[in-house]
Design a protein around this ligand. Structure first.
Ligand code: CP
Length: 302
């Protein structure tokens, strides 16, 4: 694997290999073993959109592998602010680094950067399109917390139209033969193209609804996401949806006893904070799995 741009570029065997490598990385971390496989290598983190988990966990993963990281805190500090184009930025950054991780608001940017860069490129999110390292850590989290993916009832819930974590996850879960329920507020459902694609390719069993409660009734895993306010032209509409689409402790009480609740984070009000204290809330464990999974990804692209 040279680049990681879209989950659709990976075969199931390749995903399984990354998950196996992630497990090895987690063992190394637990044993406090030092790994120097990135010694002398430099990772460039180019985040043209905000990030806490993805940028910091790639940084932490690279440092735990013995490598170094360069990047910037704010887009305003780059020469892009003086009008430099992305192509020139990348042609420069590739001279300074060995791997490039990029997040950009425009769909397709990571693919373009991979085409023009001689160095491996990892897509850390391109608009509403893909966020493959997140998908891999989501699959890893489900396998670690539930022991398997195949045959589980998994609900994806929230702003499915705009969330870049949800489209590749739906695709990957269908590939792994999970039974899927999609819950979204009216107008924020997955596109017909995506649902038809995964039905046709993987013979996926899919239920679609706008009702939050029915998404919880038989679920082994519920994966929630926030309303992606930054992708709305009408901020008033986004705020209205944010207020109306909430998961409460009363809804959680109706779920199966061993249901786990995942979320890519950040959460901004769609989950009542009292839920953090329940046995179902696993999103901070999920965020922690970002380290071994990203260590595995870095070791496999170089
Ligand atoms: N899950 C995720 O992508 O979080 P950040 O936006 O904080 O990186």
């Amino acid at each position: 694997m040279k680049d990681l741009i879209s989950i659709k570029d990976l075969k199931i065997e390749e995903i399984e290999e990354i998950l196996k490598k992630s497990d090895e990385m987690e063992s190394h971390l637990k044993q406090n073993k030092s790994l120097d496989i990135m010694k002398g290598k430099i990772l460039a983190t180019l985040f043209f959109e905000p990030s806490t988990r993805t940028r910091l966990s790639f940084t932490s993963a690279m440092q735990r592998l013995g490598g170094n990281v360069i990047g910037f805190e704010a887009v305003e500090s780059l020469s892009v602010a003086k009008g430099e184009n992305l192509t020139d930025t990348i042609k420069t950054v590739e001279k300074y680094s060995d791997i490039i991780v990029i997040r950009h608001p425009k769909e397709g940017t990571a693919r373009y950067v991979a085409e023009i860069s001689s160095k491996p490129v990892i897509n850390a999110g391109d608009g509403s399109n893909q966020h493959p390292s997140q998908t891999l850590l989501d699959l890893y989290s489900i396998k670690k917390l539930k022991g398997r993916i195949e045959g589980l009832n998994i609900t994806l819930l929230g702003d499915l139209k705009h969330a870049r974590v949800m489209k590749p996850l739906a695709y990957a879960l269908a590939m792994f033969k999970a039974n899927l329920t999609f819950v979204a507020p009216p107008g924020l459902e997955f596109s017909k193209e995506l649902t038809n694609e995964i039905k046709e390719k993987f013979n996926a069993r899919i239920i679609q609804t706008n009702d939050i409660l029915s998404g919880f009734s038989n679920a082994d895993v519920v994966y929630a996401c926030r309303i992606q306010k930054e992708r709305f032209a009408d901020q008033y509409e986004a705020e209205k949806l944010q207020k109306s689409f909430k998961i409460t402790p009363e809804i959680i009480e109706k779920a199966k006893d061993d249901m786990i609740l995942l979320h890519a984070l950040p959460k901004v009000g769609e989950l009542d904070s009292a839920i953090d204290e329940t046995k179902h809330a696993k999103y901070f464990e999920q965020a922690a799995y970002g380290i071994p999974v990203r260590m595995a990804i870095l070791s496999m692209v170089i």
